[in-house]
Design a protein around this ligand. Sequence first.
Ligand code: HXC
Length: 510
Amino acid sequence: MEKNKTYAEFLKRDKAAELGGGIDKIETQHASGKMTARERIDMLLDKGTFVELDKLMIHRCTNYGMDKNHIPGDGVVSGYGKVNGQQVFVYAYDFTVSGGSLSAANAKKIVKVQQLALKNGAPIIALNDSGGARIQEGIESLSGYADIFYQNTIASGVIPQISAILGPCAGGACYSPALTDFIFMVKDKSHMFVTGPDVVKTVLHEEVSKEDLGGAKVHSTKSGVTHFMCNSEEELLLGIRELLSFLPQNNMDDINLSNCTDDVSREDESLEKIVPTNPNEPYNMKDIIETVVDNHYFFEVMQGFAQNIIIGFARLGGRPVGIVANQPMFLAGVLDIDASDKASRFVRFCDCFNIPLITFEDVPGFLPGYTQENNGIIRHGAKIVYAFAEATVPKITVITRKAYGGAYIVMNSKQTGADMNFAYPTAEIAVMGADGAVNILFRKADEEQKAKELEKYKEKFATPFQAAELGFIDEIIQPRMTRKRLIQALEMTENKMQSNPPKKHGNMPL
Ligand code: HXC
């Protein structure tokens, strides 16, 4: 081919790649309220930083007339660029090309960026909008998923992996996002299910809508599959940028230190009044968190799921920290199965990526009863103690009120390896609540005697003093000092050197 002809051919193919499935399909995509793969990448990355790879790759399928249906780049747009000035890798399924279905060629493109991300130690972001395995390709496309899942698993704990679901995500395709660290979904627009409503009807004779089966609301409130439910694609893409601002590039990278514009010694009088004097009165733990952290900014994760525990990121003195906190506003902050799963996975994420952990504790215990026991609260609850005990990042706890029984131990106690444990003067650190204890110890006593014993027990045990006398609490602090003390503790633990015994990996209760 002559040089100018080759150039013209390049321009033709390049343009065809830019248009994906063509103008009609792009219009349909827009009409259904969705952005195209390229528009999404543009919005996600810093302006002008995207470098596209394999833009002209085509599929090799000849079944069902596919040999006459080639679009340069096939159904995935992939490459690298920057977010907040930091290197990231990205791939986006292009729904305008055969419904974003996964061909062997698409899988090859995805695996290439996954491997580049891992080799170069940078986060990877997957923007999903796909009808699943490309049916015309048979097992070749299926095999592509296996390759992607393998890379997801190998990269886990080495680089942050983030998935966005921006349309359908069906069948085994759900397992790539599920293997990543965080999943974002858009309300009313994205769906994830192992199999859709039609198959459910055929196999189980159950009528269920797409939304009820695997919509963003279900996954962010009931199943706990997704970490963020957003109102729009724009909000979602900006959310990913925000999340990345807290994260290091990889597991060997230093924490993402930023300029602190908030006074590191700031004392806040309002903290003295947040915990009510009546131990049975609820309060919002987020009021404490937001008062204490830099610029009062808390980036909450899994906001709608297991609301009896709070997890999320914030900064203290410019250092990103992972926060785990009981929420007395929901189920009195008790630990149940969902709360245990939510907290443990977050603790492990922070530990993977060297993000210090701050625990705010007000927990009356594990939720007892038939349903919890039958569904394995023992197995799930064990995850929290495992995750905290195994974590070697700086670990700091503030007990604001209740810290009872096993729940006291698992919530980052001194005995399971926390570096600094603070308690407010309102803390109640005891083996069990006063009522339960008196009913066991003085079962046969009359009411008057029981009332007396109750007061005695409260005085002796429903305080932080016994724990402080034994060194289980390092310091009882005035609530107003919380921010200052936490930042001092983070400075003190900055060069913490701790590692667990060498092993292939532990056997976490799953
Ligand atoms: C090939 C596909 C496709 C697929 C959609 N298309 N899914 N082509 N393989 N898996 C094509 C359609 O034929 C259509 O082509 C175009 O994409 C857009 O699809 P529509 O149906 O017109 O769009 P919409 O109405 O928005 O519905 C989207 C959808 C639906 C909900 C995703 O297409 C659908 O249900 N697809 C099948 C989903 C599914 O069962 N996937 C599982 C595959 S098995 P034209 O040419 O008309 O534009 C699997 C196993 C993986 O994934 C296991 C991994 C371990």
